[in-house]
Design a protein around this ligand. Structure first.
Ligand SMILES: O=C(CO)COP(=O)(O)O
Length: 139
């Protein structure tokens, strides 16, 4: 691995179901220093909500989840382009695209991508990425 590869920004996928979007935007705000050093992919509406608060992030919104956004992120995972997935899931609302959500989670498991499905696990995931980045800087 050459130096530029070692120091490349972590690539994270961020997604939130509608009832969890406020929580995710707050989470991003709280950890903005960290997210400013990441390349981000999101589903459509999630990305718009985050960009409305934080215009300068390196963030690429894909299609909305029900229109294929979860599958696009799954495709990126299959191509090895995603280092971690933070997905604030709403467990209390039926979703028309539930199969897409399940397929995305399946691919994250298949490719052994760190996947946080709620806030407390997302905190652990971010801490881990931050520690890795510190380790690389001090190596
Ligand atoms: O439905 C979603 C994930 O399954 C999220 O999609 P949006 O970010 O477009 O609302």
């Amino acid at each position: 691995m050459d130096k530029s590869e070692e120091l490349r920004k972590p690539v994270l996928a961020l997604i939130a179901h509608d009832q969890k979007k406020d929580d995710l935007v707050m989470f991003v705000s709280r950890h903005i220093a960290h997210f400013s050093n990441c390349q981000l992919f999101t589903t459509g509406t999630t990305g718009s909500r985050i960009l409305a608060e934080h215009k300068n992030l390196d963030l690429m919104p894909l299609k909305s989840g029900p229109l294929g956004g979860d599958q696009q992120i799954g495709g990126l995972i299959a191509e090895g382009k995603i280092d971690g997935l933070i997905f604030f899931v709403d467990p209390l609302t039926p979703m028309p695209h539930d199969v897409d959500v399940k397929a995305l989670m399946r691919l994250a498991i298949v490719y052994d991508i760190p996947m946080a499905l709620n806030r407390s696990t997302a905190e652990i995931l971010l801490t881990n990425f931050a520690e890795q980045a510190d380790g690389e800087l001090n190596a």
